[in-house]
Design a binder for this molecule. Structure first.
Ligand SMILES: *Cc1c(COP(=O)(O)O)cnc(C)c1O
Length: 394
């Protein structure tokens, strides 16, 4: 079966969208093992060890629930397990993904308060604090923030959100979407007092799509005892009961769990701090190329630059989608499209996951050649600027 029809035969496809990301060969090989009996003794052994090990990536001592679902499922799980219909929640419109989570909350009959931004920065921490201070009756039950807004390349400061909630003395739960930051950008579930961390497999964790996660605090577990939102598939209770012995209440995605086991090993072998530093360095090199070309990043606040992707604004009158099509056609590289109001305005370079210096230079080389081929005015030499930075000569 030919899964790709339009690509040249030779050379490797560059999958530089900000998720799904390139899956390392070692992870692909782990998946290529026989599916085991998920009620048999070997599974429990593996499941228990894996559920224990994966907590290190979230920096939590608490339980991590794993669903056979995309990240959207874990969004729903976070809301459905902790809240009741009619509850007020505070959400921050950082971009397209925050927008989708907000829509979901509305459909689940929650009442979101929505703090707007211009999609060029992270969550407005001062506005969160002000809203919580106003809410003297503590009607707001949860604050929901997207850590890394994949549509804009802006990362919110979760440590500051926590401090703002504490400063306001407000007891709301803190729910954080780390689908495109976990395993790429520094994140600390316990230290930052996050109640539910939502994650997915196909971005920083370097797996194919198909798994998603909730890391759960004690406070969130307690809230789940009285939360009245109807839930069944997403219910933490039977999940945690089965997980205690390494099993799942329904069939898990067994071969993706092999992959997760290997991917977590790889992250821990490299060392999480080294993983984060590698992403920071590639992001900075990318921004230097973008600046050199003469373009702006969509993120306008240097304190909020994402280390997993860069969204690049093209000059007015030039089509980002046409540029991406040219690059795919000529150089066999996929770049991320602009989402929602950013459609055709920006393109997104994913530099997360299984990624090294030469992949970055190749990626930026493809963009620079594509700019020329698409007839977009730019200053040549962005790749050199990135290489200088990578060499420590910047
Ligand atoms: C990719 C992504 C999602 C959606 O995840 P799916 O796996 O496509 O359901 C949600 N939030 C963020 C920040 C993402 O990057």
């Amino acid at each position: 079966m030919a899964y790709f029809q339009s690509k040249p035969a030779a050379g490797r496809h560059f999958l530089q969208i900000p998720g799904p990301t390139n899956v390392p060969d070692r992870v692909l090989r782990a998946m290529d093992n026989p599916t085991m009996d998920h009620r048999g003794p070997d599974f429990g052994r593996m499941g228990k060890a894996l559920l224990d090990k994966v907590r290190a990536v979230f920096k939590t001592e608490g339980p991590v629930v794993i669903y056979p679902a995309s990240g959207t499922g874990a969004w729903e799980a976070a809301l459905a397990n902790t809240l009741s219909p009619g509850d007020r929640v505070l959400m921050c419109e950082t971009g397209w993904f925050a927008h989708l989570w907000h829509e979901m909350a509305t459909r689940l009959q929650l009442q979101p308060d929505y703090i707007r931004t211009d999609w060029r920065r992270g969550a407005d921490v001062a506005a969160i604090e002000a809203k919580l201070r106003e809410d003297k009756g503590h009607e707001i039950k949860a604050v929901c923030v997207v850590h890394n807004e994949t549509s804009t390349g802006c990362a919110s400061r979760i440590d500051e959100v926590r401090r703002a909630m504490d400063a306001a003395g407000h007891p709301a739960l803190l729910l954080v979407d780390t689908i495109s930051s976990l395993g790429s950008i520094d994140y600390r579930h316990d230290e930052w007092g996050v109640d539910v961390t939502v994650a997915g497999s196909q971005k920083g964790l370097m797996l194919p799509p198909g798994l998603s996660f909730n890391a759960v605090s004690e406070k969130a577990l307690k809230a789940s005892e009285t939360a009245r939102m109807p839930r069944s598939f997403w219910d933490w209770k039977p999940m945690l009961a089965a997980n205690a012995t390494g099993y799942f209440p329904y069939t898990p995605a067994t071969n993706l769990l092999y992959a997760l086991d290997t991917a977590v090993d790889m992250l821990l072998e490299e060392g999480l701090d080294n993983v984060f530093a590698r992403h920071d360095r590639h992001a900075e090199a990318t921004r230097r190329a973008v600046r050199h070309w003469g373009f702006e990043t969509q993120c306008a606040d240097p304190r909020h630059h994402s280390s997993s992707l860069t969204a690049v604004r093209l000059p007015e009158g030039h089509s980002a989608n046409a540029l991406r099509a040219t690059i795919l056609e000529k150089f066999n590289m996929s770049l991320g499209n602009g989402l929602g109001q950013l459609n055709d305005r920006v393109f997104r370079i994913g530099h997360l996951g299984d990624f090294g210096d030469l992949q970055l230079v190749g990626t930026l080389g493809g963009v620079e050649m594509g700019l020329k081929a698409a007839g977009i005015p730019f200053q040549p030499g962005g790749v050199l600027a990135a290489m200088d930075y990578l060499n420590g000569n910047a």
